[in-house]
Design a protein around this ligand. Structure first.
Ligand SMILES: NS(=O)(=O)c1ccc(NC(=O)NCCCCO)cc1
Ligand SMILES: [Zn+2]
Length: 264
């Protein structure tokens, strides 16, 4: 199956997942000199509302951790979006060392990790799966994460559950009050472009919004991410083997896509 090692990593995906070779792939390098500021975005501020207390399921997908949110009373609108999108799940990408790990890069700079909040167009489509086959089906918010001294308190609620899902396929149900607002940067300055899922099947169904300002996470917290395993409990292998030390796709060409910028 696909993954992030030399023999099943991003350079091999197009063999089994032809969409991965498309012209609208993600991530991309955000070349700030190419970004055009678009006034039509200015008066439609990105707006989100997430519940403060909700029940969540965190799962080890084998490619990382993912929190499924049962996004009933969630809503994302404005900015580049013409409809209201619901939060389906969020997850993260990281690298083996702190000088890599994000999927999008900014003028060639990588961050240590990148958080993705995945929403689907519940106004136009009747399910996430249907939306994932449409060009305007998904809206993903990308938040860069850089190493800071302090733990990220909101992320800590998720990180504290990771020891329960070390192996692929394990999941843990928890209801905790998550303040999504603090998983997002203070500044709403963002870039937006049309792209894809950054993992197979790489459907070209995502309106991407990547925030300029990173949030911070501690080295210890990032180490917990890297302790996840990409193999199931039954695959008895050496303790150091199968660790998910990196799960990011390097940038693909922007091609002739427009990269718009909005915010102070
Ligand atoms: N990293 S990312 O671009 O935010 C991303 C989000 C969802 C998914 N895939 C997903 O949620 N479900 C599987 C694909 C659905 C297509 O039928 C893959 C990558
Ligand atoms: Zn992602």
């Amino acid at each position: 199956d696909w993954g992030y090692t030399d023999d099943n990593g991003p350079s091999t995906w197009a063999e089994k997942y032809p969409l991965a070779a498309g012209a609208r792939q993600s991530p991309v390098d955000i070349d700030t000199s190419k970004a055009t500021s678009d006034n039509s975005l200015v008066d439609r501020e990105i707006d989100w509302s997430y519940p403060s207390n909700c029940s969540y399921r965190i799962v080890n997908t084998g490619y990382g951790w993912r929190v499924d949110t049962y996004g009933d009373d969630t809503a994302l609108s404005g900015g580049p979006l013409s409809e209201v999108y619901k939060l389906e799940q969020f997850h993260c990408h990281w690298g083996a060392t702190n000088d890599e790990g994000s999927e999008h890069t900014v003028d060639g700079k990588s961050y240590a990790a990148e958080l993705h909040l995945v929403h689907w167009n519940s106004e136009k489509y009747s399910s996430f799966k249907e939306a994932a086959s449409q060009p305007d089906g998904l809206a993903v918010l990308g938040v860069f994460m850089e190493i800071g001294n302090a733990d990220n308190a909101e992320l800590e609620k998720i990180i504290s559950l990771i020891p329960k899902i070390i192996h692929k396929g394990q999941d843990s149900q928890a209801s905790f009050d998550l303040d999504f607002g603090s998983l997002l940067p203070e500044s709403k300055h963002y870039w937006t472009y049309l792209g894809s899922l950054t993992t197979p099947p790489c459907n070209e169904c995502v309106i991407w919004t990547v925030f300029k300002e990173p949030i911070t996470i501690s080295e210890r917290q990032l180490e917990v991410f890297r302790s996840l395993k990409s193999v199931g409990e039954e695959d008895a292998i050496e303790p150091e083997e199968g660790k998910l030390v990196k799960n990011y796709r390097p940038p693909l060409p922007l091609g002739n896509r427009v990269l718009r910028e909005c915010g102070p």
